[in-house]
Design a protein around this ligand. Structure first.
Ligand code: CMP
Length: 138
């Protein structure tokens, strides 16, 4: 549905103890949690999930990072979810992220940037379905 987006709290933010702070900011901003779990992506999972980036110079680093430890995967619901969530998380590079955004507060670098947010309704659907079965969505 067009009112949903997909997010991951990435290994850096999980390691640094920010699951609670990030989820609090997400729900306080009006997003409803439709599906959620702690999970650990395999190398193959990460290579598939990020296949669109496989020609990029940072692809190996990205796969290494995303498989370093557990993540929180979630599907979120709100009017205008994709766009509003990208505003909430801020720019990919935390140095460019607006004050108060999740990446400004919790990210450490352009690679280790704390959270993922889908960039389109189509990708939100694909990414949510990658991590969750229909019976896990509420
Ligand atoms: P995200 O936008 O969630 O998905 C693609 C990810 O690739 C991005 O977050 C960053 O984690 C990573 N990424 C993008 N650009 C770079 C870069 N220049 N160096 C390292 N990682 C990057």
């Amino acid at each position: 549905a067009d009112n949903r987006t997909f997010t991951m709290i990435k290994p850096d933010a999980v390691e640094n103890g920010h699951i609670g702070g990030i989820l609090d900011q997400i729900t306080a901003s009006g997003f409803r949690i439709v599906a959620m779990k702690l999970t650990h992506m395999t190398k193959r999972d990460a290579e598939t999930f990020y296949a669109v980036h496989n020609e990029r110079p940072f692809f190996g680093e990205l796969v290494e990072f995303m498989t370093r430890g557990p993540i929180v995967a979630a599907i979120l619901e709100k009017d205008n979810a994709v766009e509003d969530f990208r505003t909430l998380i801020g720019a990919t590079n935390p140095e460019d992220a607006a004050e108060g955004t999740i990446r400004k507060k919790y990210a450490t670098s352009i690679g280790e940037n704390a959270v993922h947010g889908s960039d389109s309704d189509e990708n939100a659907q694909i990414e949510g379905a990658f991590h969750f079965a229909g019976r896990e969505m509420f």
